[in-house]
Design a protein around this ligand. Structure first.
Ligand code: ADP
Ligand code: MG
Length: 236
């Protein structure tokens, strides 16, 4: 196995009025290709911040991030957009689906953005086939024209997973993906993530505050006081 994504010495503070709110104090992490890692920690410990920084949604104050050994935290705006839109896929607790769009349109939306209107129309059939295939893969082949408000929570998260996969990312970042679901739906979303990780060799980093959810990952990284405390699931 080789290191896919790594961060060294990440520091990050937010500013509240005049006073800084320190969140990450020298975080080091290494994630291997195809690994499924869970990040745990108390509420407010900086889990979401770390995920956003790793996925280039937010910048650290200092420290470095490498993807396949290439530094990615100080690239041009254009390269950063490419990393966000292609290399990393994101899944959030509250799905963040577009309410006016159908399930199929939601899955197609990152591809419309990537190719632009003309580029999208030129590839429309092929991209729609890809999106339908993904929706079938996540068990929503029969919900293509439903809008988010016509889906259950578990179905919305499945649609969000299909959307994240539409850009064929290398690394999937999930922030409390089961946090808004009941136990049964949460488990089936977790099983789906686990299967996708195995089938596609997708590197997966999942934030959760639930130790039962975290125990299903290959490895657990714990954030305490803005630093990493690591241990193996077998010892949990
Ligand atoms: P977690 O996901 O582990 O619950 P977060 O990364 O969301 O934690 O937040 C870590 C800390 O940073 C919290 O104390 C939170 O209140 C603070 N924080 C998060 N975002 C902001 C922001 N935009 N401005 C100021 N403080 C923030
Ligand atoms: Mg959070």
């Amino acid at each position: 196995m080789s290191i896919h994504l790594s961060a060294e010495g990440l520091f990050k503070s937010y500013r509240k009025g005049k006073s800084p709110v320190p969140v990450l104090h020298g975080v080091d992490v290494e994630v291997e290709h195809g690994e499924f890692v869970a990040i745990v920690g108390a509420s407010g410990s900086g889990k979401s911040t770390l995920l956003h920084v790793l996925g280039q949604l937010d910048a650290p104050d200092s420290g470095q991030i490498h993807l396949d050994g290439r530094r990615i935290d100080h690239v041009s705006e254009r390269q950063r957009d490419q990393l966000r839109n292609r290399t990393f896929g994101f899944i959030f607790q509250f799905y963040h689906l577009l309410p006016e769009f159908t399930t199929l349109e939601n899955v197609l939306s990152p591809l419309m953005i990537r190719y632009g209107m003309f580029g999208y129309l030129a590839r429309k059939q092929q991209l729609e086939q890809r999106a339908k295939g993904l929706l079938e893969r996540v068990g929503l082949g029969h919900r293509l024209t439903h809008r988010p408000c016509e889906l259950s929570g578990g179905e919305m998260q499945r649609a969000a997973i299909a959307r994240a996969l539409a850009s064929q990312p290398e690394v999937l970042l999930a922030d409390e993906p089961t946090g808004n679901l009941d136990a049964a739906n949460g488990q089936s979303v977790l099983d789906l993530l686990r299967d996708l990780n195995r089938e596609q060799g997708l590197t997966m980093i999942m934030v959760t505050h639930d130790p039962h959810v975290a125990a299903q990952a290959d490895r657990v990284i714990k954030l305490v006081d803005g630093r990493v405390e690591e241990w193996a699931p077998a010892l949990m």
